[in-house]
Design a protein around this ligand. Structure first.
Ligand code: CUA
Length: 345
């Protein structure tokens, strides 16, 4: 009876482990891109070989302990120890190593010329995102700019990508080492001071995925996240075109007051809102902050209440954050400010 229960428990545990943790917007085992699919395949091969070796060892253990417990000859044991303890692992690990390394040139190859290029900079504790090259974009506005240097379109803490084409990420950092990782789309790459690293990802499924910083970088490391929205080509082009435009003027009296609060209290020293005099470059560009899914680098879902809370209790929501809390603002001023920011879509 106890034996049956133990087998049932082991089966349930294995099933639970198999089901949980593999799905979701931040899982390397639920690939949504070409590179992550290759990595997931490598993982399953390694898992398969590990299971075979484990079963083999279990079989040998049962054989040695229960089936043939008699003493083995010295010569025979030496063969088993050298063969099973040195030769066998060396062969298996070398084959697995070569099998894994074979993927590297593909995963680290730069994207073809003309691909969309996005520069992402890590900063304590958020992400600066710049869309660099128009690549094959066909929108008129970009075509008209063809003979001028392309002004990067800046956003933060959210990356939008067209589905089905390789995108080249150029990665660097503004302070310490961070690591750029979108598990659903591919492997992680370090962002190293004084260097520019690169990573090419090819999303193959539309949807919203989650990225994270994968290198400890200080107090709010665990709260340095971002969303990745993979969308159809035409939708992406429309979105990027809109992102290149300045913020629209405030549409209501409340939003107008909010903009005044923003400009009068010095928010523009750190933040840029194109279309206003705010030109700060220390913090995230807020020109279209209202269109982003989250604020605070993946901490709060975007809403007027979230903007209010964030500005009033920044340090409370994200300990270590470099933006100060604005306690001097009245309830009315915070409401107005939140209304204006929410409007910046
Ligand atoms: Cu940035 Cu951890």
């Amino acid at each position: 009876m106890i034996r049956h229960q133990a087998i049932a428990a082991a089966g349930l545990t294995a099933a639970a482990l198999g089901v949980c943790g593999c799905q979701g917007a931040q899982s390397a085992l639920s690939p949504a891109g070409r590179e992550s699919a290759q990595i997931a395949e490598l993982f399953y091969w390694m898992l398969g070989v590990a299971i075979v070796v484990w079963l083999l060892m279990l079989g040998l253990l049962i054989y040695a302990v229960w089936l043939r417990p008699a003493t083995h000859q010295r010569k025979q044991t030496v063969v088993w120890i050298i063969g099973g303890g040195v030769v066998f692992p060396t062969i298996v690990l070398t084959v697995l190593l070569l099998f894994g390394l074979r993927l590297l040139p593909q995963l680290l190859a730069p994207a073809e010329p003309g691909s969309l290029q996005i520069a992402v900079s890590g900063a304590q504790w958020w992400w600066r995102v710049r869309y660099l090259e128009p690549g094959s974009l066909q929108t008129d506005a970009i075509a008209n700019n063809a003979d001028q240097p392309f002004e990067p379109i800046e956003a933060a803490n959210e990356i939008r990508l067209p589905v089905g084409e390789p995108v080249q990420f150029l990665l660097d950092t503004e302070d310490v080492i961070h690591a750029f990782w979108i598990p659903s789309l591919g492997g992680k790459v370090d962002m190293i001071p004084g260097r520019r690293t690169q990573l090419t990802l090819t999303p193959e499924r539309t949807g919203i995925y989650r990225g994270a910083c994968a290198e400890y970088c200080g107090t709010a490391h665990a709260e340095m996240n971002f969303n990745v929205v993979v969308m159809p080509r035409e939708e992406f082009e429309r979105w990027l075109q809109h992102q290149s435009e300045p913020a629209p003027p405030p549409s209501s009296q409340l939003a107008k007051e909010g903009q005044q609060v923003f400009l009068e209290h010095g928010c523009g020293a750190c933040h840029t809102v194109r279309g206003t005099v705010a030109r700060g470059v220390i913090g995230p560009d807020l020109t279209h902050v209202g269109s982003r899914l989250t604020i605070g680098a993946g901490i709060l879902n975007s809403s007027p209440e979230a903007f209010y809370r964030w500005i009033h209790s920044t340090e409370h929501i994200k300990p270590g954050v470099l933006m100060p809390e604005f306690h001097m603002l009245s309830h009315k001023e915070l409401q107005a400010l939140a209304a204006w920011l929410e409007e910046l879509t």
